[in-house]
Design a binder for this molecule. Structure first.
Ligand code: SF4
Ligand code: SF4
Length: 221
């Protein structure tokens, strides 16, 4: 429950007017604009001068995307994938660490108890019944993969993500697992996957061993 006193504007103003509060607050002055600045002419002229300078220098580079695909750095953070374990199950143990760490609040998980009578799941307490990521809200910061204790969630180098509706851009568990399947098949494991003895996902995928260098893009399934 929120503290009603905390949200009381009158009380907050009274606090700000206390002598001790006034001493600790430094008020900045907005810079004054000249008439010329207010017409934005210097800014427009400066922008044009920059454009002309680049045009005549011969050093300007125009990316011919999508005809020519860009070179993606190996540590690029693109579309997420949910990894599978050796048994092919979703590796996620539904601990909510990624959801808690996510600054954009774009991960939603519903955990379910692992079926106790199924020997396939006897080593697990929980698994994600549902797992969704809103790829449009995501800021691709990588906090989720850093927070994951079992390296179940990773960001891949897939960048060409498109969709016709917002709903299409909310990836569910099956979609995220299909990104794992696609990237493993094409040898596009994220570099962070093979970064050493930091967790189960540090093992080199058998299908990725000896695979040619990643082409820099792939399909998200
Ligand atoms: S990359 Fe960052 S913003 Fe995106 S889901 Fe992970 S933690 Fe959230
Ligand atoms: S992806 Fe990792 S951090 Fe997120 S709920 Fe699953 S196990 Fe926990």
């Amino acid at each position: 429950m929120s503290d009603p006193q905390k949200n009381d504007p009158q009380k907050n103003e009274a606090q700000m007017n206390k002598p001790s509060a006034k001493k600790s607050v430094k008020w900045g002055e907005a810079p004054k604009m000249s008439i010329l600045d207010a017409l934005y002419l210097p800014a427009i002229a400066s922008g044009l001068a920059t454009a002309v300078r680049h045009a005549v220098s011969g050093k300007a580079t125009t990316r011919q995307y999508p005809e020519v695909e860009p070179e993606i750095p190996p540590n690029y953070r693109g579309v997420h994938r949910l990894n599978r374990d050796e048994a092919g199950r979703v590796k996620c143990v539904a601990c909510y660490m990624c959801q808690t760490a996510c600054p954009a609040n774009c991960i939603e998980i519903i955990a379910a108890p692992a079926p106790k009578d199924d020997p396939h799941w006897k080593d697990r307490d929980k698994f994600p019944a549902t797992f969704t990521i809103d790829e449009l809200r995501c800021i691709y910061c990588g906090m989720c993969e850093e927070a994951c204790p079992v390296d179940a969630i990773e960001l891949t180098s897939i960048y060409d993500l498109t969709g016709m509706t917002r709903e299409e851009m909310i990836f569910d568990k099956e979609k995220l697992l299909s990104v794992f399947d696609e990237t493993v098949k094409s040898g596009q494991d994220p570099v962070r996957t093979n970064r050493g003895n930091l967790g189960p996902a540090a093992e080199v995928s058998p299908t990725a061993k000896g695979a040619p260098p990643p082409p820099g893009r792939g399909k998200s399934g």
